[in-house]
Design a protein around this ligand. Sequence first.
Ligand code: GLN
Length: 542
Amino acid sequence: MTKFVFFTGGVVSSLGKGLSAAALGALLQARGYKVRVRKLDPYLNVDPGTMSPFEHGEVFVTDDGAETDLDLGHYERFTGVSARRSDNVTTGRIYSEVLAKERRGDFLGGTVQVIPHVTDAIKNFAIADLQDEDFVLCEIGGTVGDIESLPFLEAIRQLGNQLGPQRSMFVHLTLVPYLAAAGELKTKPTQHSVKELQRVGIQPDMVVCRCERPIPAEQRKKIALFCNIESAAVVQGIDVDTIYQVPVEYHEQGLDNQVLRHFGLDTSKTPDLSRWTDIVKRIRAPEGEVNVAIVGKYVGLKDAYKSLAEALVHGGIANNSRVKLNWLESEIFEGDVAVGSLEGVDAILVPGGFGERGSRGKIRAARFAREHKVPFFGICFGMQMAVIEAAQNLAEIRGAGSTEFGPCDDPVVGLLTEWQQGEMTQRRRVGGNLGGTMRLGAYPAKLEKNSRLAEIYRREEISERHRHRYEVNIHYREPLEAAGLRFSGLSPDGTLPETVELDGHPWFVGVQFHPELKSRPFEPHPLFTSFIAAAIDQSRLV
Ligand code: GLN
């Protein structure tokens, strides 16, 4: 029977609930259990796909084409279990389902209410689409006390009752701040936050306290007393230098043991965490260091490129190298002066993006990389900008542009109006809905024999995750290939360019998909491993 661990958070947001759930997932796996990690998000958007990355950070795309919260990326990276559409839901989706049922007449004669209709829909979601999982770790987004999280807390309260303590557990994350003026760690916010949770009828079984400094036993006892739990159920989550240390740290603090004790499971065996300690060792003591410039629009918020930053770390781990990331705002390259800030970097990456603002800067960055023979990696929008650059300056198609920015003479990148998804044809038109209508999720691609891409993947058939509305126009293949930009990967029907590479350049690759979404610490994505290897070669040239 599947057991459920619900994670709530209090005091402040950004406590790392997602990482804590992911780390517990990894610890339970290390003991041989099968886990799924899910997230319930209280905001009203149907999914995060329409939100600005500044607002919400990266949108994580699953194989089955769902646009989800970035915490699902942590879950995948820590547990290796591919997330699915059924692992993330929002208030918006819950309500649209309930309202669609109401319109259909499913509740005919009844008054539709938050309790029980909305809460039932949430509960159904939390327990849906499971097979033989031993544990489902379910994170509730937001902070206890928010108006919008109330239906979710009510739903998990009911679920806890229905399942009973043998099958459910509540873990509450809080912050224990250090007040320099008083020279003390403060437990009051934790006490208040737990009270808030108790007010809605949830008694946490464990309190995880995020802190900058170790919490002395006395303070833990105090928290236990006020929160109505035993001292062993107060677990400290101290800040660490790399997120891959989190499972080891939590294990040392007794997190997994306490969870197992709650469910009456065996704690006598010590789990083998050597893969985690090894990886942390490699991250902490690399042999070399490379500088990678990331030229993007959302560089002010690191969460906007979460999976990308992690994938670069993974590429570094694979090459025993520290990857230093220089986040550069693409708009600065629109003036003449700033290209100088790319001099001396070992590699340049232009990530995914949307809209015209900053696009000229990305095109200039691609040109710099091409002309100065600096390793270049263009991802999705980054590939599109690199193709426009090559079209304008190599193939001399002067009017080359993307219709994403309005009409242009040579739409080298254009709106994707029709494509194959398995047996089905997907159709889109100008002016259609923007939410959930991109080409989303895993699609196969065929790589050309003897291409650099096939060499990197060591395969000719690949499957990668996509999230785009525009596409490089296959009709420009001939002039671009004649100018040296090879279309080395295509959709199986040969109509959609999936990868490009530049002949006679040390490493110049563009991909229409998002390889960063599939990179994991124990399985670094081959493109990132190869890209960092090229950056290392480049660093040796200087
Ligand atoms: N804006 C581009 C498109 O929709 C690229 C999207 C992306 O980089 N994810 O095709």
